[in-house]
Design a binder for this molecule. Structure first.
Ligand SMILES: *[C@@H]1O[C@H](CO)[C@@H](O)[C@H](O)[C@H]1NC(C)=O
Ligand SMILES: *[C@@H]1O[C@H](CO)[C@@H](O)[C@H](O)[C@H]1NC(C)=O
Ligand SMILES: *[C@@H]1O[C@H](CO)[C@@H](O)[C@H](O)[C@H]1NC(C)=O
Ligand SMILES: *[C@@H]1O[C@H](CO)[C@@H](O)[C@H](O)[C@H]1NC(C)=O
Ligand SMILES: *[C@@H]1O[C@H](CO)[C@@H](O)[C@H](O)[C@H]1NC(C)=O
Ligand SMILES: *[C@@H]1O[C@H](CO)[C@@H](O)[C@H](O)[C@H]1NC(C)=O
Ligand SMILES: *[C@@H]1O[C@H](CO)[C@@H](O)[C@H](O)[C@H]1NC(C)=O
Ligand SMILES: *[C@@H]1O[C@H](CO)[C@@H](O)[C@H](O)[C@H]1NC(C)=O
Length: 759
């Protein structure tokens, strides 16, 4: 045969396993199920012992069957009632009602009838946690229904023959009197319940002051003298008007007492207030209400089984073991998570579950952890807290973002709402800023990569002589303080890269180059190493239009020197050298074996001069590439003053186009006049006309160099120029011819004036 407890204990491991297995899936449900199981199955008494009388729980040490209770805690269950009633069955426990009827007889004598009724002490409920049992106790009364009749019910209450495990709780009970004029008294002298007649003063034989014994008496007085005082009886107040209350001397053990009434003056109010009552009752239970004073036997009729009286119980024969002492034989506190408490008054000890444990400390495994989270009234956890049960307690941390303790309701926002808002805002702002920044960075990186590829980065990576600069490296150079000029190609900035003076050319935004072509062009250029050609050091492809980095030439362009604000005097030898060497540069480019490179925009502005005034031609090819791209938009790039009219007509750029342009440059060198159209026609036209007429153009020569002994050289130069300007392309000399003639003239000139400084 299995009891509920046995079956439970066998099932427990399975439940645990189930909980473990399923807790991840449906923790809430499983926990609830387990809790329900616990509520149903948590044992309160010993194995094989009935734990209920009717629907009243009988926990150990109480018990009904032999072997189920400790001595003194036997309970009998009377099944003849429905529901059954439970009674304390310790020997010597009883309630006795002494009923006396005094009736005035003719002749002024009283006739007395007396009954003594003994009854068992009925249990109302038991709380092992509190160590108390509530019981029913009769209400004592004194009635005067007619002027000649007195009806008394006195009480004799006893909780054991000698030593009792039960005591009337001094803290939880009180003596309460209810009535128009009543003076109830209790006495520890059980046998002093009067056998005297009603008019005889009765009083207890001793008082608590009498230290020689445990005997004491306790009384209270309710006296509403005269009718008009009745209005002072107030509901809920036991202050001597209609109701009186006397507290027990704290911790004074009361194992037995009698309750009777002190004699009082004749009741003049018997018609309306025939009865007065006295009771020892759970003090918090009774609420005085004025109607209780009116009518016959009102209170006893309302509570026929009695009123609650609280008993303390304790385990006798022994005390809590001192530290290190062995537990006594038959020790009652057998549950884990329990402790022993010596009785502060009287003998014995009680067992209690630890704080935050609940159950029966008198049986094995009786004390169980309380799930405090299910009892929010007893174990507060603020709505801002998150209740978490744990063995022997619970936690109530505040919700995220709050600080304090949910147990005492001090959860507060970590930051005030406003600050939180601001902080949140700032947080969101920074987050968004960071995200946008990352997106931008990605975009920028992607763009950089795209540009790099578009501009032929992969092709250029293979080139040996070209440096690929990151745009970050060039950034500091591209500022207005470094700006040195603007050309067809774009803006030019001066700077230092890798300890070398450089000129950085940034194309005017919008000038687009074809990727591979550009790259190839750059590669070719980077391979051009000639002392009269500006060296391309590298480029930056990570931008829309590639930035080009050239060697820097300190004396600017020929255009600046000839026509600029701070012109320098330039003697013929210097001009001849510039012409000859520039021509040499052009020849080199035109005669490159694999790819001939045409300039397309030869002009003084594109002939740069180093510190020794040696010329270097710049902007080879690149400018033309850009120009060509721009041609699609219809705009004309390149300087019209130097542009071969044939090229302008045919659109076909040839070596001879550069020859034409170079012819214009020679004219500028010898005339020091700008080739631009002026009021008297263009420089070129003037020369050509002069030559048509007189085969010479002496008036057009620069006065600075047009000395008689040099006129021959100047004429020769003019002659070469005019040949270059021939509109018949076939009649134009090749660049090599031009260069050869110029070099010869330059060499002979230098041999004549060997130590002549250029300027
Ligand atoms: C149960 O109560 C009834 C009615 O009061 C009584 O007659 C009977 O003797 C009681 N039985 C026991 C076992 O006490
Ligand atoms: C006890 O049982 C009776 C019927 O058996 C029922 O009417 C009553 O409500 C129950 N009392 C409690 C407290 O469960
Ligand atoms: C009641 O007390 C009075 C006064 O002491 C006395 O005369 C009377 O005999 C007593 N009655 C009884 C029944 O003892
Ligand atoms: C007290 O309460 C009762 C109802 O419970 C009421 O009838 C009575 O008048 C009240 N007494 C006073 C003095 O308020
Ligand atoms: C007295 O009042 C309290 C609450 O005000 C109530 O719980 C209790 O049952 C009342 N007692 C009686 C005997 O009516
Ligand atoms: C207490 O001890 C006495 C003997 O010393 C024994 O007769 C009695 O039954 C014990 N009482 C309890 C409640 O254990
Ligand atoms: C209980 O009382 C006994 C004897 O009076 C004493 O030895 C013991 O230390 C006490 N235990 C506690 C826990 O107070
Ligand atoms: C709340 O509890 C915490 C720790 O338990 C304590 O520091 C704090 O003072 C308590 N606050 C209040 C208002 O009781």
């Amino acid at each position: 045969m299995t009891t509920p407890w046995q079956s439970h204990s066998q099932r427990l491991p399975k439940i645990l396993l189930l909980v473990l297995l399923l807790s991840a899936a449906t923790p809430h449900l499983i926990l609830e199920a387990a809790a329900a199981e616990q509520d149903e199955q948590q044992p309160i008494t010993l194995v094989d012992c009935p734990d209920k009388c009717g629907n009243l729980s009988i926990p150990h040490p109480f018990g009904m069957k032999p072997g189920c209770f400790r001595e003194g805690f036997q309970v009998t269950c009377n099944d003849s009632f429905n529901p059954p009633r439970a009674y304390l069955a310790y020997s010597g426990v009883f309630q006795r009602i002494v009923e006396i009827h005094d009736r005035l007889e003719a002749g002024g004598r009283y006739h007395r009838d007396k009954w003594i009724k003994t009854q068992a002490w009925e249990l109302m409920d038991i709380s092992v946690a509190k160590g108390e049992a509530r019981t029913y106790a009769p209400v004592s009364s004194k009635c005067n229904p007619y002027s000649s009749v007195y009806l008394y019910k006195g009480l004799q209450m006893r909780l054991g023959e000698k030593m009792s495990p039960f005591l009337v709780s001094a803290t939880r009970n009180a003596l309460i009197g209810v009535g128009w004029r009543v003076h109830p008294m209790i006495s520890s002298d059980l046998w002093s319940v009067p056998t005297l007649n009603a008019t005889t003063t009765w009083s207890a034989s001793s008082s608590p002051d009498d230290t020689s014994s445990n005997e004491f008496s306790l009384s209270c007085l309710s006296d509403l003298m005269g009718k008009h005082f009745l209005k002072f009886a107030t509901n809920g107040s036991c202050s001597g008007r209609g109701c009186c209350l006397a507290a027990f001397p704290v911790e004074f053990p009361v194992p037995e007492f009698s309750l009777w009434f002190n004699s009082d003056p004749p009741n003049t109010m018997f018609k309306t207030n025939p009865c007065s009552y006295g009771m020892v009752v759970e003090s918090s239970w009774y609420n005085f209400s004025t109607p209780d004073m009116y009518g016959y036997e009102v209170l006893p009729n309302r509570f026929p089984r009695g009123v609650p009286l609280v008993l303390d119980f304790s385990i006798l024969n022994g005390s809590c073991p001192a530290k290190g002492q062995h537990t006594p034989l038959d020790y009652a506190c057998v549950s884990g998570n329990s402790y022993c408490a010596n009785r502060t008054s009287g003998q014995g000890y009680v067992c209690k579950c630890w704080d935050n444990y609940d159950g029966n400390p008198y049986i094995a495994n009786g004390c169980q952890d309380i799930d405090e989270c299910k009892l929010p009234d007893l174990y507060p956890c603020s709505t801002h807290g998150v209740c978490k049960n744990k063995l022997g307690g619970y936690d109530c941390p505040c919700k995220p973002g709050m600080e304090g303790d949910g147990k005492n309701g001090t959860c507060t926002d970590k930051f005030p709402v406003a600050a939180r808002g601001i902080l949140g805002g700032i947080g969101v702002f920074f987050l968004m800023a960071a995200i946008s920044f990352l997106i931008l960075l990605r975009k920028e990186k992607k763009k950089t990569r795209e540009f790099y590829e578009k501009n032929g980065g992969h092709t250029l990576e293979k080139a040996k002589f070209i440096k690929l600069f990151e745009k970050e490296k060039l950034k500091p150079i591209l500022k207005s303080s470094n700006f040195i000029g603007k050309g067809g190609f774009g803006e030019v900035y001066k700077g230092i890269l890798d300890d070398e003076q450089v000129a950085v050319k940034k194309p005017i935004s919008g000038s687009v180059l074809e990727n591979e072509q550009f790259a190839n062009e750059v590669i070719i250029q980077s391979q051009v190493i000639h002392r009269n050609i500006v060296r391309l050091i590298g480029c930056c492809l990570e931008v829309d239009a590639p930035i080009l980095v050239y060697e820097f030439l300190s004396n600017g362009s020929l255009n600046d020197i000839l026509h600029g604000n701070n012109k320098v005097p330039l003697h013929l030898g210097a001009r001849l050298s510039i012409a000859a060497e520039s021509a040499d540069g052009l020849v080199y480019m035109h005669s490159k074996t694999n790819t001939k490179i045409l300039h397309g925009d030869v002009k003084p502005a594109n002939i740069l001069l180093d510190d020794k005034y040696a010329p270097k031609i710049s902007d080879f090819g690149i400018s033309r590439l850009i120009a060509r791209d721009k041609q699609h938009t219809g705009s004309i790039i390149g300087d019209m003053s130097y542009m071969d009219p044939v090229y302008l007509q045919t659109g076909l750029l040839t070596e001879k186009s550069d020859v034409y342009s170079f012819g214009v440059v020679i004219l500028e060198l010898i005339s020091r006049k700008k080739a631009t159209h002026s009021d008297g026609g263009s420089l070129v036209n003037n020369f050509l006309e002069a030559y048509k007429k007189e085969k010479k153009a002496t008036p057009l020569f620069d006065k600075e160099i047009a000395v008689t002994e040099d006129l021959e050289i100047l004429d020769s130069l003019a002659c070469i120029a005019v040949e270059c300007l021939n509109l018949d392309v076939d009649q134009r000399p090749w660049m090599t011819d031009v260069a050869e003639r110029l070099l010869i003239m330059d060499r002979s000139r230098k041999s004549q004036f060997p130590l002549h400084v250029p300027v």
